[in-house]
Design a protein around this ligand. Sequence first.
Ligand code: S3P
Length: 444
Amino acid sequence: MSHERKHTTITAAPLGGPLRGTCTVPGDKSISHRAILFSAMAEGTSRLVGVLDSADVRASIDAVQKLGAEVSLEEQADGSLAGGIEGWGARGPKQPDGPLYCANSGTTARLLMGVLAPWDITVTLTGDESLSRRPMRRITAPLMKMGVQFEPEEAETLPITEHGTRSLRAITYDAPMASAQLKTAVLLAGIFADGTTTVNEPSVSRNHTELMLPEYGVQTTAGERTASVEGPAAMKSAEVRVPGDPSSAAFLTCAAVLTPSSALQIENVSLNTGRTGFLRTLERMGADVDVQSVGQSGKEPYGIISACYTGNLRGCEIPGSKIAALVDEVPVLALVAAHAHGITVFRDAGELRAKETDRLEAVVAGLSKMGVDSWTEGDDLFIEGQPGLVLPEGLVFSSRGDHRLAMTWALAGLTGKTPVKVCDFDCVNVSYPHFLEDVEGLVR
Ligand code: S3P
């Protein structure tokens, strides 16, 4: 599959019927990145199934190959990647020939900083225009406390050159924001430090790293807002089955909630509570959604999400402590809120400004095109819903190169009565390449 950026404009026309039946979504992006990076770090050959085939995940695959991991993942009939990764283990990664290009992927860049920390190599990390604007000090600051050197030392953004060290110091770090990428980078470095490395967080972020590392032979301890690893530890190969991505499922769920007569079941989705905050929010808005637990893949719970059309949604307030559990779903939840009675408030959502684009500003601008009043006060996002909302003719949205915005504005057209255009739609390749076909294919 090609993941070149083509800047295509698409027309998202009303679906013309309900979404019904049973479907699946591509593999979870966060778990796929971790499976690739952890397998590359481990001794021996790991076996991975259900890996997301997307531009972001390909950036992680390219990086670990350039660092010496042997990757033999192959495309499967269902569009996922499966196969083996032979890691560098105790040998460590090799010095790559040139910079590692992380494309649009913040997870690749930030987690790699932790992966590279314990080795005597010098690696420059670069990214596309959007990634090159995103904050990196949140990662370099704690890693410097552990003994890693970065050039330029004060760098806020990529490109950044990292000089790893074999003598890392274990630290206890009070993270200024709830970020699983920050937590993961520090814990990955901590695997090779002498003693206990701990990250404390202001609120709960996704815990895939804490759940997956034990599969690779690294013991972790995790509490409500704290996680630790005991170093030094040797990483061994693992078998990982990646469940479907709840962040992708969120778009199908919201599409069903907004489209009359819909009744949809999405199977094999990660039900990690650090990721399913959008379902709890939809429930509080009165939406007819439900989850059914099926089992565990490793320590990751997975199951079925059911979603039905709901005509009488109401606004609700999401406290700041719950934002991390739905951080990637705020744009699509804002679209649902635009159709609900009353005001929806996302408190302390400032982290959305540090995503692929400033998502707070982009959501307010997009909703305003739709004729919906929304605004920010500090880091709080307010949306005044309009039940029965009908969009003006001829709306053209820009994705701003942000996959979650591209899918959100496409849903505005797909679930409405008026077609809309979305410019620069190809960025959906970052997380959900066949999003449009999948939604349209569910219309009955
Ligand atoms: C991710 C963590 C979140 C999320 C991103 C993936 C991860 O970012 O927005 O899409 O895989 O750890 P932050 O760590 O910046 O909150």
